[in-house]
Design a protein. Structure first.
Length: 482
């Protein structure tokens, strides 16, 4: 049995090198998400400082300047230097997971170039007040970092690239929401639908480590604040009503976001394809107008408004708050800037609950109604009910609403599924088609381009052949005259 000891030693070294590589990548992913969080906080603070500063005119006119400029700059930079970084980032990660599982290229979906662009350009877009979040982009950033770490593994087959992408996306959710459990559930429910048994333990550890790094740097904070719910008596009625209402709204929201993909020949989307930068500037003007009409409630990611609603004892919001946030988020997505819809969706749900609870006679239950609407609308948009319930559950002080949150998210998902297909999965199909088309075009270009060494030899041969043909023929001897 002594001859087995060296083999065991090599296997142990192999395992530890794999673990250390993954843990290092997870720590880097957590650091990147924290840096992204702080950069977006700085951008949002700068925007609201500009929003409150309007010299010379009695209304806040600065967003009418900053929003078009920020949108145009963000779209130009994304298309010029960071293609594949537009939008949420979650559909790109889903597409990359499926393509990597088939051994296909994913360089235009997850890469360090895209991760850097997502952080910088996504924060720049928030300077214009666009209704975009950082949670979806954090998924793509973390997935890009974990996919990049594959080259440092001791063996290429130690962990499949698809599993690394999946784990990175889940780590991004865990670090962004400070909920490692939500990251694990999101990996199974939305990103990959499955985990390989042989790598589940390592990948789950990677997800948890990324969340712990974010907690160590940011503290054990609550993403949208903490809701205190003492008692929730009327459960059945609000769960049924808001589950169906938010499910319908979320289904319409998803259907609108899929409009450009399903109807690309519509005149508006043809103009966007021809003039993407100008189109983003027009979307910026709409964002500024909607924000001005709504009293500034639709600007930014929705984090500040939702936090103020959740932390207050007497919840109330104007009737137009969910409408303006809904419209601003749809227009932001149409613009093509890098930005997610997680935080804006939670903000729409919070506004729906806060603005309707008093009208419908649930004024005394305003706080739990808001929690139900946040979870229901997020579940309707993403069609990931368990993830939505866990994210909102982490904000509640106690476990009184566990069953009601699960019930309302399942109802909302069922209703939304009747209105629209799964948003992220449908968008991922479009990114998969784009990636395959780009890969095929690159292969055709490589086939048409000669190899440099062979081309040099061909040139040398073609250059020598004419010289041999052009050699002067020997002169014939002069003919004797008779």
């Amino acid at each position: 049995m002594k001859h087995l000891n060296p083999l065991r030693g090599r296997l142990s070294t192999f395992r530890w090198r794999t673990r250390l590589t993954l843990w290092g990548a997870a720590a880097c992913a957590g650091l990147a998400v924290v840096a992204f969080t702080r950069l977006t906080d700085v951008a949002l603070k700068a925007f609201f400082d500009l929003y409150n500063y309007h010299p010379g005119l009695p209304f806040p006119w600065m967003p009418f300047v900053t929003a078009p400029l920020a949108g145009m700059a963000a779209v130009w930079l994304t298309r010029r230097f960071f293609p594949g970084g537009q939008g949420s980032g979650i559909p790109q990660v889903i597409a990359a997971t499926h393509l990597a599982a088939r051994g296909e290229s994913v360089g235009n979906l997850v890469s360090m170039r895209i991760a850097c662009g997502k952080i910088v350009v996504g924060s720049m877009a928030l300077l214009g007040g666009f209704s975009a979040g950082r949670e979806g982009p954090s998924v793509q950033v973390a997935a890009s970092i974990l996919h990049f770490s594959h080259r440092f593994l001791p063996h290429a087959r130690a962990i499949a690239p698809a599993d690394l992408i999946l784990a990175g996306g889940a780590a991004g959710i865990a670090a962004a929401f400070n909920t490692p459990l939500a990251g694990i559930v999101f990996a199974v429910e939305e990103l990959g639908k499955r985990l390989e048994a042989k790598t589940t333990g390592i990948l789950v550890g990677t997800i948890i480590l990324s969340g712990l790094v974010a907690i160590a740097l940011e503290g054990n904070y609550y993403h949208f604040g903490r809701m205190k719910i003492s008692q929730f008596n009327e459960i059945v009625g609000p769960v049924l009503f808001y589950g169906m209402a938010c499910g319908l709204l979320g289904g319409v929201f998803s259907r609108l976001l899929l409009w450009p993909q399903q109807h690309p020949n519509f005149i508006l989307w043809r103009w966007r394809s021809a003039r993407p930068v100008l189109f983003a500037g027009g979307c910026g003007l709409i964002i500024a107008l909607v924000g001005w009409l709504g009293g500034g409630l639709s600007f930014g990611s929705g984090y500040m408004v939702s936090s103020s609603l959740i932390s207050s004892d007497a919840l109330s919001a104007p009737w137009h708050a969910p409408v303006t946030r809904f419209v601003a988020t749809v227009v932001t997505y149409f613009s093509g800037i890098p930005g997610g819809i997680f935080a804006p969706s939670l903000a729409v749900g919070a506004a729906v609950g806060a603005s309707t609870s008093g009208i419908l006679g649930f004024g005394a239950e305003a706080v739990p109604i808001t929690a139900l609407c946040m979870a229901a609308f997020l579940a309707a948009v993403t069609q990931s009910p368990i993830t939505a319930a866990i994210i909102v559950m982490e904000m509640i002080d106690g476990h009184e609403m566990v069953i009601s949150l699960m019930a309302v998210t399942l109802i909302a998902k069922a209703v939304s599924g009747r209105v629209s297909p799964e948003l992220y999965q449908q968008l991922a199909l479009g990114f998969m088609a784009q990636q395959r088309a780009q890969t095929a075009a690159a292969k055709r270009a490589a086939e048409l381009t000669p190899v440099p060494e062979a081309a040099a030899k061909d040139e040398a041969n073609t250059a020598s052949e004419p010289e041999q043909k052009l050699d002067p023929e020997p002169e014939s001897p002069p003919r004797k005259q008779s």
